[in-house]
Design a protein around this ligand. Structure first.
Ligand code: COS
Length: 402
């Protein structure tokens, strides 16, 4: 990384800096020549490797084989940024272990935590998060998958989930379903469902421009013990949103890793490629592009680590900060990478070149875990709530989401 000065920002403690350096050193050699011909096999191998080397300890709490007492969002972000800089699939493998168990970490019973978290931290089990449906992606409260009581101590899940990362290779899924305690968002619950649960099938595998395991799942009378419920009945929407409050900042961090890599590739290229008798970097139009890129990278980093730090300081909700981080960093990265491709010219769209890979890698991040348009809704609502709270209090309030 050409510029790692951000690690000295006050958002971080010494242990974060040590961790980031150690992971970068490991990733520089371990992720070299990481072939992606068979994405399922590559992801399985990456999860195993990340687990064996101890890097997945960052995704679960200390008492269950992890590193920190609770989520250390700065560690999660540094991990994703560092891995994404080198390999999008390594970042994906890491991130899904966290997103796929985040609900259990935050809301699960002790029994669920003991059963599911340690194998995920060791890289022995693969996790997934099943929220989206064919007719309910952005509008979570509109989901139609149901979970109804089915004999003593069980529920029966029926419905379809789609765009499920790790679908097809996961050992278990956090599944959100309508349990009907109330209307809309007030009537959902979350369940941990093992991949081999009867009635759960992988209906379709989905191929995307930056290949990773992705599938549509069908639940057809899938019988699950009530003890697999995560959180209280009817609390599923809150479980989903609180999980996303942690992981949205980390999506921004992954985008930041991609953007930094594009920036570094572009800088090297601009400094060495000659045209019109001088380095490309001598052209003011190249300098303008590099300046815009550097500004976007720094502001994205500020937004991401502000959100992560705020959460780590104990804020119960960082909905606005996480949405800003996710939206700004992913949109910024898209622009940075596009400018890098432009600086490379024809070589930038050549299949197999790093910037071409980044160009495909970044696109989905502006969509998943809440598209940019959803983040705008979330941010605007939080600001309006802040105004209302300020008016009610008759003076400044620090936050309304607490
Ligand atoms: N943490 C805890 N609770 C939250 C929360 C959060 N971040 N966000 C909302 N809630 C609570 C609200 O406080 C509200 O509870 P009360 O009624 O008791 O006040 C309840 O949940 C419903 O919230 P809201 O009224 O905002 O629900 P909406 O259906 O209007 O939410 C958005 C709309 C767009 C915000 C929501 O559906 C969303 O985030 N969608 C994007 C989901 C997504 O990321 N999809 C991608 C799939 S994951 S790859």
């Amino acid at each position: 990384m050409i510029d790692s000065s951000y690690l000295s920002w006050p958002f971080f403690e010494e242990r974060h800096r040590r961790y980031a350096h150690a992971l970068a050193e490991w990733a520089d050699t371990a992720l070299e020549d990481n072939g992606h011909e068979d994405v399922d096999a590559t992801c399985r191998a990456l999860v195993r490797r990340l687990g064996e080397e101890g890097w997945l300890k960052a995704v679960v709490p200390q008492d269950y084989g992890g590193l920190s007492p609770a989520f250390d969002v700065r560690l999660l972000c540094l991990s994703r940024e560092t891995l994404a800089y080198r390999d999008g699939l390594a970042d994906f493998a890491f991130a899904m272990q966290g997103l796929g168990t985040g609900a259990v970490t935050l809301f699960g019973s002790d029994a669920l935590k003991h059963r599911y978290l340690p194998p995920v931290a060791r890289g022995e089990a693969i996790a997934a998060f099943a929220l989206s449906e064919p007719e309910a992606g952005s509008d979570v409260a509109a989901m139609s998958t149901t979970a109804h009581p089915d004999g003593p101590g069980h529920v029966r899940i029926d419905g379809v989930k789609t765009w499920i990362s790790n679908g097809g290779i996961a050992d278990h899924y956090v599944v959100f379903a309508r349990t009907g305690e109330g209307p809309g968002a007030k009537g959902l619950s979350a369940f941990m469902v093992d991949a081999d649960a009867p009635g759960l099938t992988v209906e379709d595998r989905i191929e995307v421009i930056a290949p990773h395991p992705l599938a549509t799942l069908r639940f057809d009378g899938c019988r699950v013990p009530v003890g697999q419920r995560i959180g209280a009945p009817g609390e599923g929407f809150k479980v989903a949103m609180a999980t996303l409050d942690v992981f949205r900042s980390t999506v921004g961090a992954a985008a930041l890793g991609f953007a930094r890599r594009a920036m570094d590739e572009a800088l090297r290229h601009a400094a060495t490629r000659r045209l019109f008798g001088a380095p490309l970097a001598d052209l003011q139009m190249t300098q303008a592009a590099l300046a815009d890129m550097a500004t976007l990278v720094d502001t994205a980093a500020l937004a991401v680590y502000r959100a992560a730090w705020t959460k780590d300081q104990g804020a119960p909700r960082v909905t606005r900060e996480a949405a800003i981080a996710k939206m700004h960093a992913t949109e910024a990265a898209q622009t940075v990478i596009d400018k890098a491709v432009q600086i490379f010219g024809g070589a930038g769209v050549r299949k197999g070149s790093k910037v071409e890979e980044l160009y495909r890698d970044i696109r989905a991040l502006r969509i998943y875990e809440g598209a940019t348009e959803v983040q705008k809704v979330v941010i605007a609502r939080e600001m309006l709530k802040l105004l209302a709270a300020r008016d009610a209090a008759g003076g400044p309030v620090e936050r309304v989401s607490a």
